[in-house]
Design a protein around this ligand. Structure first.
Ligand SMILES: C[S@@+](CC[C@H](N)C(=O)[O-])C[C@H]1O[C@@H](n2cnc3c(N)ncnc32)[C@H](O)[C@@H]1O
Length: 293
């Protein structure tokens, strides 16, 4: 308990590619901006530091813990507990089409991944959960215990890039006939991964990531939000997206190409060696920025 409290206060999340993303996003220091994934508030804080007194920052997170733990007292910040897919309902109608920039930093916060109560971890024993929004009824337990074989195959193949997705689905289906899979260790014990620690870690991080993407409907929501973001941006408004997964990055790349956007960085931005040393979670980050024409 003490341990967890320390973790919440001292280290909720280390923001990734902060300067690169924010400095390329803020083209009008008096503008209205959106941080669609507030998390630990690292990007929002840096945005507020760079923006003028008349600017406005609308920040969103679907996780109540993120909102409760990271409040920033600043009259320019308007923080919402919501899913960014509801962006058009969150915004006052008058500002639709007038947004100067949108930042999306996809995936999970460090807090979500490492707090056993949230059930994302493959390191600490926990009940499988993985809901970013704790109010939703569909959790990782529903995914592993109730999905059809076809659906499990799709989840592991598309979101985990597993070549043996069908075998993984078979193992889960066989086991759950005897007993419902409740905890992360029960799930992990189904798989005998031969090889070193690194190999095991890679397998389980992909397995858990793919279930998490399904639980939170991350791919469909991203696609929908990208379309909406085009409508709410002003002309010359910018969008910066940090992603951690190849499927997401592909979607973002195509979206920028297929709608009227000018690509700001032809070569995707990645964290420096130094940033990766300081924050190993930033390893797979890719940042793409585009401007509405
Ligand atoms: C990588 S963290 C963001 C970290 C943040 N940029 C910072 O500086 O601390 C991702 C956050 O986005 C939130 N999130 C993910 N998908 C979301 C969605 N569809 N709607 C709202 N929040 C979402 C998660 O709950 C998590 O807190």
């Amino acid at each position: 308990m003490k341990e967890e409290k320390k973790m919440i206060i001292k280290y909720f999340h280390k923001p990734v590619l902060t300067k690169k993303s924010v400095n390329n996003l803020l083209t009008d220091k008096n503008g209205i901006y959106i941080d669609a994934t507030f998390g630990g508030g690292g990007h929002s804080s840096y945005m507020l530091k760079k923006l003028n007194i008349n600017a406005k920052l609308i920040a969103i997170d679907q996780d109540k813990d993120a909102i409760k733990s990271n409040l920033i007292k600043d009259p320019r910040l308007h923080l919402f507990h919501n899913n960014f897919v509801n962006i058009k309902d969150i915004l006052n109608k008058k500002i639709i089409g007038k947004i100067s920039g949108i930042l999306i930093d996809l995936g999970c916060s460090f807090f979500q991944l490492s707090n056993p109560k949230r059930g994302f971890s493959y390191k600490l024993h926990c009940i499988l959960d993985m809901r970013m929004n704790q109010d939703l009824p569909y959790s990782a337990q529903n995914v592993v215990n109730e999905s059809s074989k076809q659906k499990l195959y799709k989840i592991f193949h598309e979101y985990g890039d597993f070549k043996n997705a069908i075998k993984i689905a078979d193992i889960i289906i066989k086991k759950r006939k005897d007993k419902k899979i409740i905890t992360n260790f029960e799930l992990m014990n189904l798989f005998l991964i031969k090889g070193n620690f690194k190999k095991r870690k890679r397998f389980f991080s992909r397995l858990f990531q793919s279930i998490r993407i399904e639980v939170n409907n991350e791919i469909n929501i991203l696609k929908y939000f990208l379309l909406k973001s085009y409508e709410i941006l002003s002309s010359k408004g910018r969008i910066a997206v940090i992603s951690y997964h190849s499927t997401e990055d592909r979607i973002i790349k195509h979206f920028f190409k297929n709608l009227s956007f000018k690509i700001i960085n032809k070569k995707v931005f990645k964290p420096s060696k130094k940033e990766i040393e300081n924050n190993s979670k930033s390893r797979s980050a890719k940042l793409r920025i585009a401007e509405k024409i």
